[in-house]
Design a protein around this ligand. Structure first.
Ligand SMILES: *Cc1c(COP(=O)(O)O)cnc(C)c1O
Length: 387
């Protein structure tokens, strides 16, 4: 019987041991034992599908992967120690020296650094398109282009890219289309349905949802994941069993948490839209969002992140930031605790004004990851800081 998202999130779990535990235990073990020489030979020859060593696989990681595969409609996956190790290992497993990447400019800061500072060492080049110029993508594709890469919604500008449109371009040019789906979580958006070949998540954000562990995961077809697995079992970026155990439990409540995140975020966005000290607000499910229709088509709700611009530029942005009392000044997102960031003076302060503009960041822009506190208290804190 085909079960629903919430049911799979809860009921996909490892078989009980003879102790008949109800909640899956933690398998804190680096290696696994064999019956005899033949068992060990066959296991190493991969004639048997079983655990050998936790750098390759571990029961807790397998449970986490299986849950995410159900959620994303994927065949297979590999779990990583962080979102960035998932991003790096996925690219490194699939690319050869001389290959080329076409990517949205609005990618996570460390992904941008990977493209610009490290990949050139291995003769891997990239070309960027801006989120509002999808029609330029085909002009950027070269014979050696292998991967099309995007995030949506984007960080921190909360722009939305049309996944189906990108998927069609990737298919036409025989590119591997990879989507970083971290901002939406698999509950709100399943990119494979719109043509993505691989989906990457930072499990650190909405998946854990409580700001405790770092994690990452890549899911997709057996064929592509096998390449990612071959590379990763040698290079060793595997997720720890403890963090995998935490995440498997977190996913059981993903749907209810994300529903409330989105409800609170929409309410805050609507409040900000009417505020006299705010120039603009961006949230995928606000009708004023330039890609509202695309967001409605591919997302179940708008996500937990709201971006807006305080009137008065850099100084007002910082002043707002300093006046915040309840919300946390931090860089994480997707936590139960609401978090505010002022990208121009913090995460993106090393970029020039023009470089910031390319990723949709202005001096007075503030990003709020709306948490699960009561919405009245969230609005009250943001309101007093804006005053
Ligand atoms: C946080 C984040 C990452 C990196 O994840 P880590 O777990 O911090 O390594 C990658 N992509 C996006 C969109 C993110 O928000």
């Amino acid at each position: 019987m085909d079960k629903k998202f919430e049911t799979n999130a809860i009921r996909t779990q490892l078989e009980r041991t003879k102790n008949l535990e109800h909640s899956v235990p933690l398998y804190l073990t680096s290696s696994f034992v064999f019956e005899d020489a033949e068992d060990m030979r066959a296991s190493f020859a991969e004639e048997k599908d079983r655990n050998i060593y936790s750098r390759y696989s571990n029961p807790n990681s397998s449970e986490f992967i299986e849950k995410v595969c159900h959620m994303e409609g994927a065949e297979a996956g590999f779990a990583f120690a962080s979102g960035m190790s998932a991003v790096f290992s996925t690219f490194a497993a699939l690319l050869d020296s001389g290959d080329h990447i076409v990517s949205s400019r609005s990618v996570f800061g460390s992904t941008h650094s990977l493209f610009t500072k490290f990949f050139p060492k291995w003769n891997i080049e990239h070309s960027y398109f801006k989120v509002d110029e999808i029609e330029r993508i085909e002009k950027l594709i070269r014979p050696e282009t292998k991967i099309l890469y995007a995030e949506t919604p984007t960080n921190p500008g909360v722009d939305v890219l049309d996944i189906q449109a990108l998927g069609d371009i990737a298919k036409k040019h025989n590119l591997i289309f990879i989507v970083d789906n971290c901002f939406a979580s698999p509950y709100l958006q399943q990119p494979i349905q719109f043509g993505a070949d691989l989906v990457i998540h930072s499990g650190t954000k909405l998946m854990d949802g409580q700001g405790r562990v770092l994690a990452g995961i890549t899911v997709g077809s057996h064929e592509l994941i096998d390449k990612v697995y071959r590379f990763s079992r040698i290079t060793g970026p595997a997720l720890s069993p403890f963090n995998a155990w935490v995440l498997s439990k977190s996913l059981e409540t993903l749907a209810v948490r994300v529903d409330r995140h989105c409800e609170n975020a929409l309410k805050l966005a609507e409040y900000l839209e009417g505020h006299e000290n705010v120039n603009w607000v961006k949230y995928p499910f606000l009708k004023s969002h330039p890609k509202y229709e695309v967001a409605k088509k591919q997302m179940k709700a708008g996500g937990c992140v709201v971006a807006f611009e305080v009137k008065g530029g850099l100084a007002s942005g910082q002043k707002f930031f300093n006046a915040i009392k309840l919300l946390s000044l931090s860089a994480n997102l997707g936590d139960t605790r609401s978090i505010v960031t002022h990208p121009a003076s913090t995460t993106h302060s090393k970029l020039t004004v023009e470089e910031r503009a390319e990723t949709g960041i202005t001096d007075g822009m503030v990003r709020v990851s709306v948490g699960l506190e009561h919405i009245d208290d969230i609005i009250s804190d943001v309101g007093q800081a804006l005053g």
